[in-house]
Design a protein. Structure first.
Lengths: 204, 475
C-alpha cells in the first residue's frame, strides 16, 4: 500500500442508494485468484450490454469518466457481501475515494485495508456535490486531505470527515494492519495460554 | 458488590480481548473458529506466502468448497464434474493452500462438504460464546448459537490465518424483540424479512443485533440460523440469540461437541451467556409475531419486503425523493407496477437452497408441500441441500423422492443459484421465488429477477406456477 498523498480530482456522481457489492462487482467475476483486472468489470451489469458492449448512457462510459478519481454515491454504499473484490475493482478503475452519507460496515473495512478512502459526508454535502456536478458532469473537482481529514468542495468550502485513528494512520503511512497484528504476538500467545482451545478441526 | 449488567454481546466481546480498544488503536480480538472457502481466500494465502508466514492455528480453521462448485448430479464415476476452468483453478488452489498450510478441508464431493455456514453447526464446531469469522457476510448465521460471528474481507482472512486475531472497533448493540407466537404458515424466514422491511437494509449498520422474545425462544436451531443468517441484510454484521436448552440439545453428540465432563462444564458456562437483567442496548426494536404474515420481496434489496397478501408500495408510501427513485428503479428492473399484488404472478424458477434455507428442516417443510403434488408446467424447481450430510439425511427420509416425483431437480450441495457463479443461474428476465438471501439486480444471474421468500412459500409457488400464499395450500 502506498503512502497517502493529498490530491485534487474530478468526481463522478452515481445518484443511487444502497449500491450493493453485486452491482460493484458481480459474483461471476469472483472466480479469480488474484486482484488483477477487476476494474474492467466494475459495475459490469450496468456498464455493458448483453453483448459485452459499453452502454453509452452509463456513468462510467461517458467521456468524462476517463481519469475520474472520486466516486460520489447515494447512501449505504457497498451493502451486501464481504467481497474485497469490490474495493479492488473500484481501485482497479482508478478510484481513490468514495463519498457517501454512509457505508456498509464490511465494505468500509475492506476499503480502508486497501487505501481506498470511504468518506462519510452529510446529506447536505451530498446534495451540494450533486448540484455542482449537474451543469457539467464530471468536470468539477474536489480535494482530499487525509492528515486534516478534510475535503475541499467545488465551492471552495471545506468539510471535515471522520475516520478511525488507526485506519487513518495506516492509510496515511501506507502501513498495512497485518504487521501491527503480528507485533501483538506475545499478547496473543499469553491469551492462548490462559484460554483453552475451543475446538479442534484436525482430523475432520 | 453489584456488577454492571452486560449484554450477551459484551460478555463474548470481553472474553476475546487480547488487547482492549484504546483511543489510538482498535481492540485485538481473538478468533476461536475460522471458516474458509475457495472464493475469498486465495489472495490471503498469497499474502502469507509472500511474507513467509504460516497459519497460526490450523486446528481452529476449517475449509470447504461451496461458492463456485457445480451442483450438477455426479457422473458414473461418482464425481461432480467441474466444467468451468476458472472455478477449477480456484478449487485446485484451495486444495493446495490447505495442504501446504495444514488446514482440514471438505473438498468437493467429500462426505462432509457443503455450504460453509451449514457445515460449522453440523460438525458441532459452532458453539456458544465463540468468536467465529469467515470471508463471507452470512457468517452471521452462527450467531444463532450465541456465538459472535461475522463476515470479513480477504485482507482480514489473511490476518486471522496468520495471527488468529482481528483488529476490531466495538460495535453498538440493538435488541430485536419478537413478542408473541407465529401463526400457521409463518416461519423464521418471514420473521427476518419482516425485520429487514422494518429497519431497512442499512438500519443495522454499526450494530450487533440480539434477537430476543417469546417467538425467538420458540424457534428450532435451524430456524434461528435462518434469522441470524440475514442479519447482514439489515446492515448488521452479526446477529445473536442467547443459547438455551434448544441450543444444547442441537449441539450434543455432534462430531466436535464437547463430551463427558467437558460437556457438562461447557453447558454450565454456556448457561451464563445471556444478556443480564437490566443490560442496556443502544437501540431496541419490537415486533409482534402474531401480526406477521408470510413475507415476500418485490424489489432489488432484501428490505423491499411485504406480506404476501399485501401490495407493492407506491411512490406515495416512500419517505423522500431518493427512496422514490430507488423504488422506481427497483420496479423497473422487476417489471412490476406500484400498488400491484404479487399473488398470481407467474414465475419461471423456484430455488430452494442457500445458507439461509437449505437445512433438513427447510427441506422437510418444502417436501411436506410437494408430497403427491407436481411442479407446475413451465416452472423449473431446484432443490439444493446445504451439505452432503443434509443430502444424505434427506435421502434417508425419502425427501429426494418426493421432490423428484414432483418434477423438481435434486442437486448436489453448494451455494448454487444464490450466488450464480457456479453454473446455476437465471436467464435474463426470468422470475424466481428463492429461499436465498439476496434479491439484488443480477444476483441470481444477469437480468434475473428474484422474489425472496420462505421454503413454504417457494414450494407452494412451485406447485401453483404463480406466487402463492402457502396458507392456502396448507389449508
Amino acid at each position: 500500500m502506498n503512502k497517502f498523498i493529498p490530491y485534487t480530482a474530478r468526481f463522478a456522481v452515481l445518484p443511487m442508494e444502497n449500491v450493493d457489492t453485486d452491482q460493484i462487482i458481480p459474483a461471476r467475476f469472483l472466480k479469480t485468484t488474484d486482484k488483477v483486472g477487476l476494474g474492467d468489470n466494475l459495475f459490469s451489469d450496468w456498464r455493458y450490454d448483453s453483448n459485452g458492449q459499453p452502454k453509452p448512457e452509463f456513468l462510467l462510459n461517458k467521456p468524462f469518466a476517463k481519469g475520474v478519481e472520486v466516486l460520489v454515491a447515494g447512501t449505504n454504499f457497498g451493502c451486501g457481501s464481504s467481497r474485497e473484490h469490490a474495493p479492488w475493482a473500484l481501485q482497479g478503475f482508478g478510484f481513490k475515494a468514495v463519498l457517501s452519507t454512509y457505508f456498509a460496515d464490511i465494505f468500509q473495512n475492506n476499503s480502508l485495508k486497501n487505501g481506498l478512502l470511504p468518506i462519510v459526508i452529510s446529506p447536505e454535502t451530498y446534495q451540494l456535490l450533486v448540484a455542482s456536478d449537474a451543469p457539467n458532469p464530471g468536470h468539477a473537482t474536489l480535494s482530499v486531505d487525509l492528515a486534516s481529514q478534510t475535503v475541499t468542495l467545488p465551492d471552495g468550502s471545506t468539510m471535515w470527515f471522520p475516520i478511525e485513528p488507526f485506519a487513518k494512520y495506516c492509510v496515511l503511512n501506507g502501513v498495512d494492519q497485518l504487521g501491527f497484528l503480528a507485533n501483538a504476538d506475545s499478547d496473543i500467545s499469553a491469551y492462548e495460554q490462559t484460554h483453552a482451545t475451543r475446538v479442534d478441526t484436525v482430523g475432520l | 458488590m453489584a456488577t454492571t449488567p452486560q449484554t450477551l454481546f459484551e460478555k463474548i466481546w470481553n472474553r476475546h480481548l487480547v488487547r482492549p480498544e484504546t483511543s489510538e488503536t482498535p481492540a485485538v480480538l481473538y478468533v476461536d473458529l475460522h471458516l474458509v472457502h475457495e472464493v475469498t481466500s486465495p489472495q490471503a494465502f498469497t499474502e502469507l506466502r509472500q511474507r513467509g508466514l504460516t497459519v497460526r492455528r490450523p486446528g481452529q480453521t476449517i475449509a470447504t468448497m461451496d461458492h463456485s462448485t457445480p451442483t450438477t448430479p455426479r457422473n458414473a464415476q461418482g464425481i461432480i464434474p467441474v466444467l468451468d476452468t476458472q472455478a477449477q483453478a480456484q478449487l485446485t488452489q484451495l486444495e493446495s493452500n490447505c495442504r501446504d498450510f495444514g488446514i482440514p478441508l471438505f473438498a468437493l464431493g467429500s462426505e462432509n462438504q457443503g455450504i460453509v455456514h451449514v457445515i460449522g453447526p453440523e460438525q458441532g464446531l459452532t458453539q456458544p460464546g465463540m468468536t467465529i469469522v469467515c470471508g463471507d457476510s452470512h457468517t452471521s448465521t452462527h450467531g444463532a448459537f450465541g456465538a459472535l460471528a461475522f463476515g470479513i474481507g480477504t485482507s482480514e482472512v489473511g490476518h486471522v490465518l496468520a495471527t488468529q486475531c482481528l483488529l476490531q472497533s466495538r460495535p453498538k448493540t440493538m435488541e430485536i424483540r419478537i413478542n408473541g407466537r407465529l401463526s400457521k404458515g409463518v416461519g423464521a424466514k418471514d420473521i427476518i424479512l419482516a425485520i429487514i422491511a422494518k429497519i431497512g437494509v442499512g438500519g443495522g449498520t454499526g450494530y450487533v443485533l440480539e434477537y430476543t422474545g417469546e417467538a425467538i425462544r420458540a424457534l428450532s436451531m435451524e430456524e434461528r440460523m435462518t434469522v441470524c443468517n440475514m442479519s447482514i441484510e439489515g446492515g448488521a454484521r452479526a446477529g445473536l440469540i442467547a443459547p438455551d436448552q434448544t441450543t444444547f440439545d442441537y449441539i450434543k453428540g455432534r462430531p466436535r461437541a464437547p463430551q463427558g465432563a467437558a460437556w457438562d462444564a461447557a453447558v454450565a458456562d454456556w448457561q451464563t451467556l445471556v444478556s443480564d437483567e437490566g443490560a442496556v442496548y443502544d437501540a431496541v426494536v419490537v415486533l409482534h409475531a402474531d401480526e406477521l404474515a408470510p413475507m415476500i420481496t418485490y424489489g432489488t434489496n432484501p428490505g423491499m419486503g411485504i406480506p404476501i397478501n399485501g401490495n407493492v408500495p407506491t411512490a406515495g408510501d416512500m419517505a423522500d425523493e431518493s427512496a422514490r427513485a430507488g423504488l422506481a428503479k427497483a420496479l423497473a428492473y422487476m417489471d412490476l407496477e406500484p400498488g400491484q399484488s404479487l399473488i398470481g404472478k407467474k414465475v419461471d424458477v423456484v430455488f430452494i437452497g442457500s445458507c439461509t434455507n437449505s437445512r433438513i428442516s427447510d427441506l422437510r417443510l418444502a417436501a411436506q408441500v410437494m408430497q403427491d403434488r407436481k411442479v407446475a408446467s413451465g416452472v423449473r424447481m431446484m432443490v439444493v441441500p446445504g451439505s452432503q450430510q443434509v443430502k444424505k439425511q434427506a435421502e434417508a427420509e425419502g425427501l429426494d423422492e418426493i421432490f423428484k416425483a414432483a418434477g423438481a431437480e435434486w442437486r448436489e450441495a453448494g451455494c448454487s443459484m444464490c450466488i450464480a457463479m457456479n453454473g446455476d443461474q437465471l436467464k435474463p428476465g426470468q422470475y424466481a421465488v428463492s429461499t436465498s438471501n439476496r434479491n439484488f439486480e443480477g444476483r441470481q444471474g444477469k437480468g434475473g429477477r428474484t422474489f425472496l421468500a420462505s421454503p413454504l412459500t417457494a414450494a407452494a409457488t412451485a406447485i401453483a406456477g404463480v406466487i402463492c400464499d402457502p396458507r392456502e395450500i396448507l389449508g
